[in-house]
Design a protein around this ligand. Structure first.
Ligand code: ADP
Ligand code: UDP
Length: 235
C-alpha cells in the first residue's frame, strides 16, 4: 500500500491517502497539545508509543466483538485504517472522577463511581468541543438515534474490556475518549486512537498518573509515563 497525498494534519496525527480509496494511512507525531491547543509541546517517542498502544487495543477490542477501523501496523508510527466519515462526537466514559468532571461538579478527583458515566461533546475546535447530550446531537443531525444507541453500546463494551485488561497490568482506567465513524455502507466502527493521550491511567497501587495529565499539569517525567504504559501493555 502506497502513501499518497497528505489529506489532513491534526494535533497528534497526519492522515494520508493510499492507492486504495477505502484505506487511509495514519502517522502518529510526537507533538502534544492541551487545553484546546493553548498548550503545545513535544513528548519524545510518543508517536511510536501511541501507534503501538492504539493498535494493541484495537486488536483486543475486535477480538471482543467491537468493530474497529484497524487494518495493519506498517511501521513504528504508521498504520493503515479503514477510511470512515467521523461522527463528530467525542464520546467520554468515566469510571472515577477526574479532569473536567471534577471541575464542573466541584468534587475531588478519585471518587469511584457505582456505574460508569457517558457524555458527548461536539467535536468542533472553533467552539471548543462543547458538551452536548443525545437530544442535542439529534437536533444537530450529528448522528441518527440508531447510531447513538450503537455508539453507546460499543462505548460501554470498550470500557468493560479495557477496565479488565488494564486491571490485569496494575493500571486503573479512570476515563477515556472515543471516536466512531461510518464505513461507506454506514456501519459504525471505532476509529481514531486509544492511548495515554486519550485515556487517564493511574497506577493501581500508588495512583501515580501514567498519562497525558503529566504533560497538561507539568508533573514531570512525561516520557517515562508513556514508556511505562507501553512496557506494561506490550509486556
Ligand atoms: P485532531 O483532529 O483532533 O487534531 P488528530 O491529530 O488525532 O486529531 O488527527 C486525526 C484525525 O483523523 C482526527 O480528526 C480523527 O477524527 C480522524 N480520524 C481518525 N480515524 C479516522 C478514520 N479511520 N478515517 C477518517 N478519519 C479518521
Ligand atoms: N479527552 C481527549 N480529548 C479531548 C478531551 C478529552 O482525549 O479533546 C480525554 C482525556 O484524556 C480524558 C477524558 O477524555 O481521558 C476526559 O477528559 P475531561 O473531560 O476530563 O477533559 P480534560 O480534563 O482533558 O479537559
Amino acid at each position: 500500500m502506497e502513501k499518497q497525498a497528505l489529506l489532513y494534519e491534526g494535533k497528534a496525527k497526519k492522515v494520508y491517502a493510499t492507492d486504495d480509496a477505502n484505506i487511509l494511512l495514519v502517522e502518529y507525531k510526537d507533538d502534544a497539545t492541551a487545553f484546546n491547543g493553548l498548550k503545545k509541546g513535544t513528548i519524545q517517542g510518543k508517536g511510536a508509543i501511541n501507534n503501538r498502544v492504539t493498535n494493541f487495543m484495537m486488536r483486543l477490542l475486535e477480538e471482543k466483538g467491537v468493530p474497529t477501523h484497524y487494518v495493519k501496523e506498517l511501521s513504528d508510527r504508521e498504520t493503515l485504517v479503514k477510511k470512515v466519515q467521523i461522527v463528530p462526537l467525542e464520546v467520554i466514559i468515566r469510571n472515577i472522577s477526574a479532569g473536567s468532571f471534577a471541575k464542573h461538579y466541584g468534587v475531588e478527583e478519585g471518587i469511584v463511581f457505582d456505574a460508569p458515566t457517558i457524555e458527548f461533546s461536539y467535536k468542533n475546535d472553533e467552539l471548543g468541543d462543547p458538551l452536548l447530550n443525545a437530544y442535542h446531537a439529534l437536533a444537530l443531525k450529528l448522528a441518527t438515534p440508531e447510531e447513538i444507541e450503537t455508539i453507546k453500546r460499543y462505548a460501554f463494551t470498550v470500557n468493560d474490556v479495557m477496565k479488565e485488561f488494564f486491571a490485569s497490568i496494575g493500571v486503573t482506567l479512570v476515563d477515556f475518549k472515543l471516536e466512531f465513524g461510518r464505513l461507506a455502507d454506514g456501519t459504525i466502527v471505532l476509529a481514531d486512537e486509544i492511548s495515554p493521550d486519550t485515556c487517564r491511567f493511574w497506577d493501581s497501587v500508588t495512583h501515580e498518573k501514567l498519562d497525558k495529565d503529566r504533560f497538561r499539569r507539568d508533573l514531570g517525567n512525561v516520557e517515562g509515563a508513556y514508556q511505562e504504559m507501553m512496557k506494561r501493555i506490550m509486556g
